[in-house]
Design a protein around this ligand. Sequence first.
Ligand code: MN
Length: 713
Amino acid sequence: MLAAEGLVALVRAYNPKTNSNRILDAYAFGQEMHEGQLRHSGDPYFAHPVAVAAILTEQRLDDATIMTALLHDTIEDTKTSYSEIAKRFGEEVAMLVDGVTKLTNLKSSRHETKQAENFRKLFIAMSKDLRVILVKLADRLHNMRTIKALDSQKQIKKSRETMEIYAPLAGRMGMQWMREELEDLAFRVLNPEGRQSIMRRFIRLQKDSGDIINHITGDMQMELEKASIRADVFGRAKKPYSIWRKMQEKEQGFSRLSDIYGFRVVTATDAECYATLGTIHRRWRAVPGRFKDYISQPKSNGYRSIHTTVSGRDGKLVEVQIRSQAMHDVAETGVAAHWAYRDGVRAENPFAVDPVKWISSLNEQFEGRDDHDEFLEAVKLEMYSDKVFCFTPKGDVIKLPRGATLIDFAFAIHTRIGSAAVGAKVDSVRAPLWTRLRNGQAVEIITAEGQTPQTSWLEVAITGKARAAIRRALREMNRGRFIRLGRELARAAFEHIGRKLTDKVLDTAAKHLRIENRDALLAQLGSAEITAHDVVTAVYSNIALENQDEISPRAAVIGLRHGQSFERATCCAPLPGERIIGITHRGKGVIVHAIDCDLLSQYEDQPKRWVDLHWQAGVHPPIYSTTLDITIGNDAGVLGRICTLIGEKKANISNLNFIDRKPDFYRMMIDIQLRDIEQLLSLMVALEADSDVSALERYRKTPRGQQSWNSHD
Ligand code: MN
């Protein structure tokens, strides 16, 4: 354990004007308060606050911060109080110690409803003074460095917290070295095999390619000397965790140099940064899309640097950061640079961010709005950028991506809760399910039996878990609907040929069509993947033979010359009983159009091609296809009823396509086969009489993209 004098010496090294008596007092008081307490490792407890204080001297922090470190666990773990600390060491130190205590509580009450309240305290404390966070981060860093003394369950819990909260926090505040060390310590606990495999491959790579760092730094140093730039070049291997994360993100192997080594050029002056960039780009080829200029556009925590990636030895990519010494100091210490001392005075680094201003820049966005919670939320979003933390009624934390809604929250708790959700209470107030979550909210999901996921939920859910669960439920519900519809279609089709629909018939059809079972067959029929005609002919393949006494299709039209063949035009699809005209086509015979077909105007100047035709009187076979454009209400059974009606009119549904599905309406195209225009008209009259049919038209493909129209006589 570092002695009091040793600690004072560390402070005096960067701040000769330190009030060493106050630090010695805090040391003595802390030691006295923690007397007799031991750490898990068996060391005296006070060794911990001293180590935390020592970490903070590396950041060259002021006396108040060092004293806070020494006292940071006294309010929480010893018999002393806020007022006693305030009396002995002043309000500033007492306030800082109290702030750290609140952050400590945040961790210990993980499963209590107080959590939301503590979260707010965290940020209020932070907005008062960022030094609280600096002490808390140093505290966490020392605890992570000594984590092996804990049992494995606690190690995992602490490491997760470190990965999720403290490491990103350190990064956010601009302390990259601390972020990396915290991540790596947590990575050791959370994924030792992953870390080991990175280390092993790393060693192999070094064996294969020699001392890459020395080669490259040597090359760069030489180029810079040639250009008379005063700069130091540093190379380093990245931490295993950051290599591992890059590999996960890009799903690629352990090969790219730029993901493994990082190089840094620290120049004496700002102007030399751009000169260095020029020199490096002249010597090595720059990789497009990898250049970032954080000097002209610094990050909000004060970070300034130029980042570029160049093609180095053997075409391997090398990442380079270029910055001046002053920029480098800020990059290492982040917002802590504001309090840092150098040679006995507050180091006035022009690039250091004033933490008060950093906070108030967030505050400005909400000026004029007296909404404290919104302010807090903005601070938190700034800190955790892409995450939002909310709480269950029991106080459990649910972490979701930013923009997540109450639906996402419900599914994050449990699929069962999500599926049955009908509403929610946010901080005890009713809120609709599409409400976006904000940090720190307490959410209670209200469920109802029999509720099922809605299609519209897909538009408000953003998490993969919720979306997958909603899709699965919708698919299952649709399948039920398609099976019911398929059964109606099949029944109508079989009745049409005078047969009864039985399960045995369906089983036979399924077998012939190589579909796994009868429900799958009905589902395919209901979703128009197969037609009723397919099903009927699968069972009765000789069905065509049953219509012997009808007019043969070949003799259906009168007026053709001997040997002339004919075809129904697909544009107007005329039916027996409608007035028709033929147009001769070389090689194709005669195409039969309805007399009012728009396409006929194209042949007005070719009278020789016109052939007078009329349909054969008598009973035609039901083979003439036509299409109905129909819109019906989406109520249980409507679709089935429509299909039954078509069946009763002895027409055959050959295909069915949904062209629009709204929650309350379906619009679809039904292809039907029938005998003649009379049958069609009587069918349309019957359909229009149904109260659930809201629109009905015979669909005809017309030239020049015109709307479909009814035959008008
Ligand atoms: Mn501590």
